[in-house]
Design a protein around this ligand. Structure first.
Ligand code: SIN
Length: 518
C-alpha cells in the first residue's frame, strides 16, 4: 500500500471524528522553500522577458495572496531548453547508479520536508492538511521507485540468426523532456514525470499549473540540494494567458524529444497534433469519467466506504474519481441511504482547520462548473438527497466551496454523466442487469478508471475484462500506487506512469549488431 494511503488512514477525513476543530498555521519552518523565481540552468532567476509583470499565487481557502511568481514567456521557455540540452550529454553519460543516488537523495529530502511541503500544497491547492502531507509521501514514493528503477533498466541479448553476428538492444534516454502538470496534485503529478525522466537519463523542462506553481519550485529547490546538476531540471512558471507562449516554444523545438502531459483531453489533443511536426514521443494522462458500479451481491458497507475514499479524495478534484455511480435496483435504496448519511456528515472548510475533510475548490471557474452540472441534473429530473449548493464562508466570501452532494435518478443525458464534474458530487443511477450497466459504463469517449463492487468471482472477472479503461478498482476505492501502471485508454490518453512500464516512455530502444565474429 502506498504511503499516502497510510497517511489517509491515520488522519483520514472519514475516520477522524475524534478531531476537534483546531486551526494550524500554514507557515513553513523553511520559509526559503517558497520561491518566486524560475529555475533555469541551476539559477533562480526572474523572467527574462522585458518588463514582464509577476503572477499572483493565491490561497483558495480564503483567496488571500501567498506570493508572486514569474509570468514567463517564450524567452524563458527557450532558455530552459538551452539549459536542458546543454546538460543532457553529461547527465545521460553518468552511471545509472550515480543518477540513482541523486534521485534517492531527492526522495529523502522530500520525505524529511513532508510537513512543509504538505503545508505548501494545502495553501496553494486548498486540500486538507492530512491530504497535503499524504500527497507529499505519494510524490516521494514515485521518486524512490524510479531512483531504484534507474539501475534496473536492462537491455537484451537477442538470439542470433547467424553465428558470425551478435544482436543486442539497449535502452537510451530520449533527450530533453517537456513536462506539463495540473493543479490537483501539485507534487505527485510532477514527481511521477520528473523522476522517471531523470532515472532514464533525460533532462527536463517543466511548466507547473498556473494555480499551483509553488510546490514545483520547492521540489526543484530540494532537487538542487540533493545534488542534481545545473540544467538537468528546469522549471518555468507562467499564467493561463501566457502558457501557450511557453508550450508553443517547446512544441516547435526539435531538441525537445518528448512531452508528458496530465490535464484535459482538448489540450492533450492539441499537444498530440502540434508535436507531430517534430515527431516527439508523447504521454497523455487526460480526462476521465469513471463509473462506480455496485452490484446486488456486493458488500454494501464496503462499497459505501470505497466510494467515500475514491470520490471525496481532494474534494472530488481527481481524474480517477468516480463521476457516475450505478447501483443495482435491489440494493439501491440501502446504498443511497447509507451514502447520504456519510456525505452529509463531511466537514467542509479551509485547509488550515484540522477537521476539514473537503477543502475549497481550486477557483471560481471550478465551482461554477459544479453548480452548472447540478442545476442541469436537477432540471432534467435528478433529486438532491443532500448538498447541492455553494457554501459561502463569512470570513472568506470569495473562496469557492461546494457542499458534498448526492443526487439520485441521474440519467445519461445529464451533463454530469458525460463530462467530468471535478467536484464533490455523486450522481446515482439505478440499473437492473449486468449487461445494461457495462454498456452504460463504457458509453463514454473516456477510459481512465472504473470501479465495481461484487462478491461473485465469475462476475468479477467478466466485468473487469468488459470495462473499457486503463485502471479497474474491484472492491477497492484507493488504487494509485507507485508500483502500479497509471494511465487510460480511448480519449483518456496513452502512456503509463509509475511501475516498471513508467520508464519506457522516456527511453528509446537502440538495436546494434556486431558482425565479423567468425
Ligand atoms: C490525477 O488526478 O490526475 C491523478 C490522481 C492519482 O494519481 O491518483
Amino acid at each position: 500500500m502506498a504511503p499516502w494511503h497510510c497517511e489517509l488512514t491515520r488522519a483520514h477525513p472519514f475516520d477522524f471524528n475524534s478531531f476537534m476543530t483546531k486551526t494550524v498555521s500554514l507557515h513553513l519552518k523553511r520559509a526559503d522553500l517558497i520561491v518566486s523565481h524560475n529555475f533555469i540552468a541551476g539559477n533562480w532567476q526572474a523572467s527574462l522577458e522585458p518588463d514582464q509583470p509577476l503572477m499572483p499565487v493565491t490561497d483558495p481557502s480564503d483567496a488571500s495572496l501567498i506570493t508572486h511568481v514569474a509570468d514567463s514567456g517564450a524567452v524563458d521557455a527557450l532558455a530552459a531548453v538551452d539549459a536542458a540540452q546543454s546538460a543532457f550529454s553529461d547527465w545521460k553519460s553518468r552511471p545509472a547508479k550515480e543518477r540513482a543516488t541523486v534521485i534517492k537523495r531527492w526522495n529523502d529530502l522530500i520525505v524529511s520536508h513532508k510537513e512543509d511541503l504538505g503545508k505548501l500544497i494545502s495553501r496553494e491547492q486548498g486540500k486538507p492538511l492530512a491530504e497535503g502531507e499524504g500527497e507529499v509521501l505519494y510524490a516521494a514514493s514515485y521518486v524512490e521507485w524510479f531512483g531504484e528503477q534507474a539501475t534496473r533498466s536492462n537491455g537484451e541479448i537477442i538470439p542470433t540468426p547467424a553465428n558470425n553476428k551478435r544482436l543486442m538492444a539497449i535502452r537510451e534516454p530520449v533527450g530533453v523532456v517537456a513536462v506539463i502538470t495540473p493543479w490537483n496534485f501539485p507534487a505527485a503529478m510532477i514527481a511521477r514525470k520528473i523522476a522517471p525522466a531523470l532515472a532514464a537519463g533525460c533532462t527536463v523542462v517543466a511548466k507547473p499549473a498556473e494555480d499551483t506553481p509553488l510546490t514545483a519550485l520547492a521540489l526543484a529547490k530540494l532537487a538542487q540540494e540533493a545534488g542534481l546538476p545545473p540544467g538537468v531540471l528546469n522549471i518555468v512558471t507562467t499564467s493561463r494567458t501566457r502558457a501557450a507562449q511557453v508550450v508553443d516554444v517547446w512544441l516547435a523545438d526539435d531538441r525537445v524529444r518528448k512531452i508528458s502531459f496530465t490535464g484535459s483531453t482538448p489540450v492533450g489533443k492539441h499537444l498530440a497534433k502540434e508535436s507531430a511536426s517534430t515527431l516527439k514521443k508523447i504521454s497523455l494522462e487526460l480526462g476521465g469519467n469513471a463509473p462506480f458500479i455496485v452490484f446486488e451481491d456486493a458488500d454494501i458497507d464496503a462499497a459505501v466506504e470505497g466510494l467515500m475514499v475514491a470520490k471525496f479524495r481532494n474534494g472530488g478534484q481527481t481524474c480517477v474519481c468516480p463521476n457516475r455511480v450505478y447501483v443495482q435496483t435491489l440494493v439501491h435504496d440501502e446504498f443511497v441511504q447509507k451514502l447520504a448519511v456519510r456525505v452529509a456528515a463531511l466537514k467542509v472548510g479551509p485547509a488550515r482547520e484540522l477537521d476539514s475533510q473537503i477543502g475549497p475548490m481550486i477557483n471560481a471557474r471550478a465551482v461554477e462548473k459544479i453548480e452548472r452540472h447540478v442545476q442541469d441534473a436537477v432540471a432534467k429530473g435528478a433529486k438532491v438527497v443532500t448538498g447541492g449548493h455553494r457554501i459561502q464562508r463569512a470570513e472568506s466570501p470569495q473562496a469557492a466551496y461546494f457542499s458534498p452532494t448526492v443526487l439520485t435518478e441521474a440519467t445519461p443525458d445529464m451533463v454530469c454523466a458525460c463530462e467530468e464534474t471535478f467536484g464533490p458530487v455523486v450522481p446515482v443511477t439505478r440499473f437492473d442487469t449486468e449487461a445494461e450497466v457495462v454498456g452504460q459504463a463504457n458509453d463514454t469517449p473516456f477510459g481512465l478508471a472504473a470501479y465495481f463492487y461484487s462478491q461473485n468471482p465469475a462476475r468479477i472477472w467478466r466485468v473487469m475484462e468488459a470495462l473499457e479503461c486503463g485502471i479497474v478498482g474491484i472492491n477497492e476505492g484507493a488504487l494509485a500506487a507507485e508500483a502500479a501502471p497509471f494511465g487510460g485508454v480511448k480519449e483518456s490518453g496513452y502512456g503509463r506512469e509509475g511501475s516498471v512500464y513508467g520508464l519506457d516512455d522516456y527511453q528509446h530502444i537502440k538495436y546494434f549488431c556486431q558482425g565479423g565474429l567468425g
